[in-house]
Ligand binder design. Structure first.
Ligand code: GLU
Length: 460
């Protein structure tokens, strides 16, 4: 069974690169009928916070990604890690190193002076004597001194590192006893049964170290998929300036979570030239072996376009549930379906949709100055007055288009003589959906009141 995981370090909010990694792991587990686990890597007690861990869970909730089983917190597993450090010490696959900071610094300086790569010199690797007093030792792994560490990456193909270039008997436990990052990842992935690791390629250079640890423990090495970073449109590393980074900010900007997931799945993966994927389709098609080996590029217009597509196709109940986030509650309004039909083609974000809904449902508090200047001619008030008088007496007053045509015909007027005036009267501005649709949604009483108010405004 495929077991994947998402293993964020809770140092802040969940950023979109992290969400993409989570999504890929989620999809692959779902596609294969496997499991997707969540592990919070919060061993750095100074930099990690509970709020950050909660922010990750909040983002998961918003996007609908669900994990199997309980969340694993590394901060609750220190005893376990100690046990595994002890195991390697007992088997002499790891050793205490008593080098003081001064000694380490001196060694480094000397190596740099000799133009050598700074590295640990192996002083305590096979040390049998009496350890120096007053030094809390670190624990180092006995890493291979030569040869090659290679693996077949599912995205990048064969990747290999020369042992002497990177390994260096790296530290697995600090002098205060706390385990290091590469150590905890290996112990946890192995104990949690993780066999497919999909993660950012910023971790690529950790992988040979982790492989050394898997082998030291006799654990089987998972299959790795290192996903290239998301770049900005200029091909540089994506930064805050290029777009929102916090996943929840996308919610605040009026994006639907389906649109964001669809956007992210395509940043680095494709399936023919299909652009729109429901979650079911993503699950049916996603395979991490198809992840692009080159970096992808963040494109805000694409996200907007996708969001507009999702808004267009969302049922009205969904739209009004989302609109609650933007202060609009039309869930039990009898016209909410008609209003959704009117707006869903026009909005790129939920903010736009909510604002348009507000501008129709709420009586305008003011009128757009430019629009008034442009469309209020000396005949405006007279036209509107006779229109109001006509509508009042029209017996099928909810068929606004027919009624208006009859009015225009009787008075030898054209629609353009009154359309913008009515629009400003109803919504306060000269841009809105069809005035007849707006009238249909707000009803005759509100139509008459709003036009009368505008007449009063013109006359004063
Ligand atoms: N905790 C690491 C991070 O947030 C990820 C570790 C991993 O995926 O192996 O970057």
């Amino acid at each position: 069974m495929v077991i994947t995981r998402f293993a964020p370090s809770p140092t802040g909010y969940l950023h979109i690169g992290g969400l993409r990694t989570a999504l890929y792991n989620y999809l692959w587990a779902k596609r294969t009928g496997g499991k997707f686990l969540l592990r919070i890597e919060d061993t750095d007690l100074k930099r990690n916070s509970l709020e950050a861990a909660q922010a990750i869970e909040e983002a998961f909730k918003w996007t609908g990604l669900s994990y199997d089983g309980e969340v694993v917190y590394q901060s609750q597993r220190f005893d376990l890690y100690k046990e595994y450090v002890r195991k390697l010490l007992e088997e002499e696959k790891a050793y205490y190193c008593y080098m003081s900071k001064e000694e380490l610094d001196a060694m480094r300086e000397e190596q740099i002076a000799k133009k050598e790569r700074p590295r640990y010199n192996g002083k305590y690797r096979d040390f049998k004597g009496t350890p120096p007093l007053g030094i809390e030792p670190v624990v180092r792994i006995k890493a291979p001194l030569s040869g090659e560490i290679a693996f077949e990456d599912g995205v990048k193909g064969r990747v290999s590192f020369k042992a002497e270039d990177i390994l260096d008997d790296f530290i697995i436990a600090r002098s205060d006893g706390t385990p290091t990052y590469n150590f905890t990842v290996v112990v946890d992935d192995a104990l949690m049964g993780v066999n497919h690791v999909i993660r950012g390629d910023d971790h690529l250079s950790n992988t040979p170290k982790q492989i050394v640890l898997y082998e030291a423990f006799g654990f089987s090495v998972p299959k790795f998929f290192h996903v290239p970073m998301i770049n900005n449109p200029q091909g540089k590393k994506l930064s805050k300036r290029d777009g929102a980074m916090d996943v929840m900010e996308y919610k605040n900007m009026g994006y639907l979570s389906e649109a964001l997931l669809n956007f992210l799945v395509r940043l680095g993966w494709s399936h023919g030239d299909q652009e729109i994927f429901s979650l079911e389709e993503m699950i049916a098609f996603f395979d991490p072996h198809d992840i692009n080996a080159s970096a992808s590029s963040y494109n805000q217009q694409k996200l907007e376009w996708l969001n507009a597509q999702y808004i267009k196709n969302a049922p009205s109940s969904r739209l009004w549930d989302e609109a609650l986030n933007f202060g609009v509650d039309l869930r039990s309004d009898k016209n909410s379906a008609a209003l959704a039909d009117m707006l869903r083609e026009r909005a790129k974000t939920m903010i736009q949709l909510a604002n348009m809904a507000k501008s129709i449902i709420d009586e305008p508090l003011s009128y757009d100055e430019e629009a008034v200047k442009k469309f209020v001619t000396p005949t405006a008030a007279a036209y509107l007055k006779s229109y109001v008088a006509f509508l009042k007496n029209y017996d099928q007053s909810d068929a606004f288009e027919g009624a208006t045509n009859e009015f225009l015909e009787k008075n030898a007027l054209k629609l353009k003589d009154i359309a913008q005036l009515i629009r400003i009267a109803l919504t306060g501005s000269s841009v809105s959906p069809s005035i007849f649709e707006v009238m249909g949604v707000i009803g005759l009483k509100a139509v008459l009141e709003r036009i009368q108010k505008f007449i009063d405004f013109i006359e004063n």
